[in-house]
Each structure stands twice: as C-alpha cells, then as structure tokens.
Design a protein around this ligand. Structure first.
Ligand code: NDP
Ligand code: MG
Length: 386
C-alpha cells in the first residue's frame, strides 16, 4: 500500500501531538477516519470540517450537544466517553490508530485497537507504563505493530532498522534535563506550575511538561522503553543531553552505537510512525550541527529528581508497581497544576504511594485500573489530610 492511501484515526487530535500529526496528515493527504478529544469542541469541530472523518468522539459528554450544533449537517457520527473512544479504536476502519490522548485513560483504547488487529502509533506513554505487559502480550498475539511516537523511542526504533537479530547491549535514553537541571531540592521548594511549564526545548501539553520538569517523564520513558524493546532495566542508561539533538541511541553487541539526530520537533517521529518505513519530506527544519557547536552529556541527578528514581524502582519491582507510580503521578500533577501542592510534593506523594498502595502481579486490565484508582485515591487522601 502506498502511504498516501493510509487511513488514520487520531485520538487526542486537539493536543500538542494531535495537531502536529494533523499537519503531517495534511501534508501527505492521508485519510482521517476519526478524531477524538476530551473537551475542546471548537477545535475538534474545525478539524472535523477540514479532514471529514466519519466519526468524532468528545470524551466529555456535557460537550456533546454543543458539538452536535457545531457539526450539524456535516454527516459526521458523534460519539462520547470511553465507549466512543473504544468504538473508534476497535472499528477496523483505519490502518493505524494514533493514540495521543494524555494519561492512563489511553490504555483501554490501545487494547481495543490491538483486539481489532489495527496497528498503533503510540504517543500515549502512560498506556505502556500502566499496562505494558498486557499491551505487549496482546500486540504479539494479534500480530499488531506498535510504532513509537515518543521521540526517544522513535530514535531507538529508527536505530534498530536493519538490525534484526543483532543483540542490543544497552540503550542510551537521552533526557533534556528539563527547566530545573542543575538545581537541588532546596532550590525547588517554591516552584509553581507557571515556572515548571517553561520547557527549554519542547512545546508540549501541560501534563508532560510538568513530568519533564520533575524528570518523571524520563522515568515513564524508561518503563516505556523496557516494554517496547523487551529490555531488562539494567540495559537502559539515562543520559542528560541538554540540547535534545541526539534523540537516543542503541549500543549493539559489537559496541557500535547507532543513534538518531534531528532538530527537536515531534513532527519527525510522528511522521515516521505514520508513514513507516518511508522517509519523505516533513514539515520541519534542517539540523545545523555547527549552529549548536557542542553537544553535552551528563548523568541525571536521582537525589533531587526522586520521581525518576521511583519510576526505575517501580519497573525493577514490576507487577502493578508502575501503574501505581503512574496513577499517583497523574493525580499529584493535576493538583500541582492547580497550585494546590508544591513541586517537591509530587515526588514525595509518588514515593509514598509506591510503598503504601498494594501491588501484586498483572493479569488483567481491571487489575491495572484498580491499582491506578487506589494510587489516585491514596494521593487525594494524603493531600486532604495535610
Ligand atoms: P495535550 O495535553 O497537548 O493533548 C492531549 C490530547 O488528548 C488533547 O487532544 C485532549 O483533548 C485529549 N484528551 C485528553 N483526555 C482525553 C480523553 N479522556 N478522551 C479523549 N481525548 C482526550 O498532550 P500532548 O499532546 O502533549 O501529549 C499527549 C500524549 O503524548 C501524552 O501521553 C504525552 O506524554 C505524549 N507525548 C507528548 C509529546 C509532546 O511533545 N507533546 C512528546 C512525547 C510523548 P482536549 O484538547 O479536549 O483536552
Ligand atoms: Mg520523549
């Protein structure tokens, strides 16, 4: 199939990844089968009028009537809630589902798309953090490919091309270090959401921007890499690389290191996931290494950024522990974004939830959901009792 005939459903179309994906889709004239968002009906309706999907889903049911008015006469089916997301993901109408919703809410649609035998371009890292074992087993059983969108994982995926059968010694997972690189805990006591929302290299949604400032994002990516590339945690080295030019690399058995570089622009990994294996013009920019002059590499500070340590400990322990860490983090970040807790409390709450919420082995989606909800409830209770 030529890539221009590809049919794509975009879950999370109004977000940072979703809107950039639609730029790529528009450039190459791919067909859009469905679009989904949480609440932003204005942009969702605009996108629907431009891309003519058969179906749209607005997760927040209270917005559905207004969306119906905005799309009156367009002949577009309007769905709501998790059922709507899963109806789209499992419809079999598309060649690939781009999952770019934020949070563990993306897990069920991912599993549903896999059940339908549809490939997935996965930006929604919380899917793999909370339910990595379930997702990878289901994808293998169904013969479904998961194309990573996260820039680091795309870089690893790209570095692995042409290397089937060659053994990975380790992967180098690069991290920008976020806006608070070099700071110690004492410097971070008074950080507010507005400070943490200023990322040096990437323009992203609020949740991932906060995760980048606590380095939880790198912890989530550590877990994501373990699942996507079937690695032992000891094979993943996190390296702080402030310029975000080397997007990650693979060291093979012969000690050759192959990485992928490019300007920090998500459209490159988004396009590779959607058009794989084609490399064609992309709506981005040239990388001038001489403009950068030098690239730097340093060790991460696991004492200051204890979310990162919590995530590494969670996947090393395994079972439901990563789902608990993820759920606690989602809840804590939501409170931090409303300025209800301090910056350092995010890490404290995540670590506490990690030790106090009951774990165990993972067999089913319901177990993952229960662990996620227990972790969120624990964090809410701790915040209320302060
Ligand atoms: P944004 O917050 O910018 O966008 C999130 C999108 O998901 C919005 O379209 C939002 O709709 C939608 N959404 C949220 N909840 C639901 C729901 N329950 N049902 C349907 N749609 C929903 O996030 P990002 O685009 O930054 O990130 C998306 C995912 O990609 C995250 O998991 C993130 O970690 C990952 N990622 C992002 C990168 C980036 O550069 N932005 C890089 C690598 C990974 P609405 O607009 O209505 O709220
Ligand atoms: Mg990333």
């Amino acid at each position: 199939m030529s890539f221009v005939d590809k049919k794509v459903a975009v879950l999370g179309s109004t977000g940072s990844i979703g809107t950039q994906a639609l730029e790529v889709i528009e450039k190459h004239g791919l067909q859009v089968t469905a679009l989904a968002a949480h609440s932003n009906i204005t942009l969702l309706a605009e996108q629907a009028k431009q891309f003519h999907p058969q179906t749209v889903c607005i997760f927040n049911e209270e917005k559905a009537d207004d969306l119906r008015k905005l799309l009156a006469g367009e002949g577009i089916e309007i769905l709501t809630g998790m059922d709507g997301l899963c109806q789209i993901a499992g419809s079999g109408r598309q060649d690939i589902v781009l999952n770019s919703v934020v949070g563990m809410v993306g897990l069920k649609p991912t599993l549903t798309a896999i059940d339908a035998g549809t490939d997935i371009a996965l930006a929604n890292k919380e899917t793999l953090v909370a339910g990595g074992a379930l997702v990878m087993q289901a994808a293998a059983a169904r013969g479904v490919t998961i194309y990573p969108v996260d820039s680091e994982h795309s870089a690893i995926f790209q570095s692995l091309q042409g290397n089937a059968g060659n053994k990975i010694r380790q992967i180098i997972l690069t991290a920008s270090g976020g806006p608070f690189f070099g700071k110690k805990k004492a410097d971070l006591t008074h950080v507010r959401a507005a400070d943490a929302l200023k990322h040096p290299n990437w323009d992203m949604g609020a949740k991932i921007t906060i995760d980048s400032s606590t380095l939880m994002n790198k912890g989530l990516e550590f877990i994501e890499a373990k699942w996507l590339f079937d690695l032992d945690p000891s094979q993943i080295e996190i390296v702080v690389h402030r310029q975000s030019v080397l997007h990650s690399a693979v060291e093979f058995e012969d000690y050759a290191v192959i990485g992928q570089m490019g300007v920090p622009d998500m459209k490159i990994p988004i396009q590779y996931a959607l058009l794989y294996p084609h490399r064609v013009d992309c709506p981005t920019r040239h990388l001038s290494l001489t403009d950068y002059g030098s690239l730097t590499f340093e060790k991460p500070d696991l004492e200051t950024f204890d979310c990162l340590r919590a995530a590494i400990d969670a996947i090393t322990e395994g079972g439901l522990r990563p789902a608990i860490v993820n759920g606690a983090n989602e809840e804590a970040v939501a409170h931090f974004l409303r300025d209800e807790i301090g910056f350092l409390e995010i890490g404290q709450l995540v670590r506490e939830a990690m030790t106090h919420v009951e774990g165990g082995a993972v067999h089913t989606y319901d177990e993952v959901l229960a662990a996620d909800q227990a972790a969120r409830a624990y964090v809410r209770e701790r915040i209320e009792k302060r």
